[in-house]
Design a protein around this ligand. Structure first.
Ligand SMILES: [Zn+2]
Length: 391
């Protein structure tokens, strides 16, 4: 049976907003047609009318399901390094506690209209939750290791975890420039020469990362010392972290750079010049919680990069809601229209994860899920806006 949904606006994302439009969808959730107000007059069946905006299901490009049990356990607002130290100290818990928290987080994402997730994992504990979920998950098996002599060992360990996730969609990825040695980066590059392997790397989430790379100064020296790691092997690179790692990454793979709070215009030009397939992912709520700062989004927009949104984990965010991220953007960047940011929240994430044939836009033949956003003002969100899953 075909169902018809109408709202004040339909945002197909792949095309212009349709005022008082109607979406026709079948039992399988497949989009049959988007009607304009005039052409909808030909519909003879009942139409479900709503006030608000209908958008496709959200794609959360950056999450850590396995940190869900740290919800409200970490004191925030002290900067990234104290945050990491606290996460390392607090993350130990029984499998049962961790799995139950993951299940709850997965359910919350479903209710918040999220249909697909790029999820970073350090172990395979989340496998069962992902298998049983109605959400699509791509797992980024994340590797760390700043000591060059541990590169081979770390890489092997990561590949084993990737194997454990089989047959779910996975790839392997370096954690961040400050935690992955040049040698470990080389393993990724060799591995990715022959296999499809999309990357998701935390980048420039703290200015300390730039200080480490530029001058070998800043808080990371003390951080590593406290862990008993001497940084004799590390040479200052006289340029920002992202400029130092981009040349180490393969040309033939999609690369998600996550956070980018301390990315400069010079960095953006550098990345563009290097011709890597880069998507920039932003997690505004987590950025405000940890670093009390947001990336300079206006600087990225004119360069025609793919841009996406993520929630990050419940360790650094009070909820896993893409609508909440969109609201923060609306508040802090009022000149960027919802028609732009909604693309980051849906189609662009789907493109990055390689699932845009199915998700990301309200187009004939896709099964993107349908969200209704209420308490809107024209094609704008308000503080009170809520999301409700229609399909
Ligand atoms: Zn993260």
């Amino acid at each position: 049976m075909t169902k018809y949904y109408s709202a004040s606006y339909i945002l197909p994302v792949s095309s212009e907003p349709v005022k008082n439009g109607v979406v026709a969808i079948n039992d399988q959730g497949e989009i049959l047609k988007v009607y304009s107000q005039e052409s909808a007059e030909s519909i003879k069946e009942p139409i479900e009318y709503h006030e608000g905006i209908i958008v496709p299901g959200f794609v959360n490009s950056h999450c850590h399901l396995e940190l869900s049990h740290l919800h409200k356990k970490i004191q925030l607002g002290k900067g990234l390094l104290p945050f990491i130290k606290d996460v390392l100290k607090e993350r130990e818990a029984s499998d049962l506690v961790i799995v139950n928290a993951m299940k709850k987080a997965d359910k919350a994402m479903f209710e918040n209209g999220i249909v697909a997730v790029g999820d970073v994992s350090n172990n395979s504990l989340s496998k069962k939750v992902k298998e049983e979920s109605s959400l699509y998950y791509h797992t980024f098996v994340e590797m760390t290791g700043f000591q060059p002599d541990k590169a081979e060992e770390n890489f092997k360990l990561g590949l084993e975890i990737k194997e454990e996730f089989y047959p779910l969609p996975t790839s392997i990825t370096p954690h961040a420039p400050y935690s992955v040695s040049k040698d470990l980066f080389k393993y990724f590059r060799t591995y990715s020469e022959e296999k499809e392997n999309i990357f998701s790397i935390h980048s420039q989430e703290t200015e300390e990362e730039n200080k480490l790379y530029r001058y070998k100064t800043g808080d990371f020296l003390e951080f590593y010392k406290s862990m008993g790691i001497e940084l004799d092997f590390f040479k200052p690179q006289a340029r920002n972290s992202v400029q130092s790692i981009i040349p180490l990454l393969p040309k033939n793979q999609k690369i998600l750079l996550v956070h980018n709070i301390y990315t400069s215009l010079k960095d953006i030009y550098f990345v563009r010049r290097f011709g890597r397939d880069v998507t920039w992912c932003f997690c505004p709520n987590a950025n405000l919680c940890i670093e009390s700062r947001l990336p300079k989004l206006d600087m990225f927009i004119p360069h025609d990069f793919n841009m996406t949104l993520g929630t990050d984990s419940l360790a650094s965010n009070d909820k896993l809601s893409i609508l909440s991220e969109l609201k923060v953007l609306g508040k802090h960047f009022p000149t960027i229209p919802l028609t732009t940011t909604i693309k980051w929240a849906t189609l662009n994430g789907a493109k990055f994860l390689g699932i845009d044939h199915y998700y990301g836009s309200i187009e004939r033949g896709k099964k993107p899920g349908l969200n209704l956003i209420t308490e809107t003002q024209g094609v704008k969100l308000s503080k009170l806006s809520k999301v409700q899953k229609l399909v």
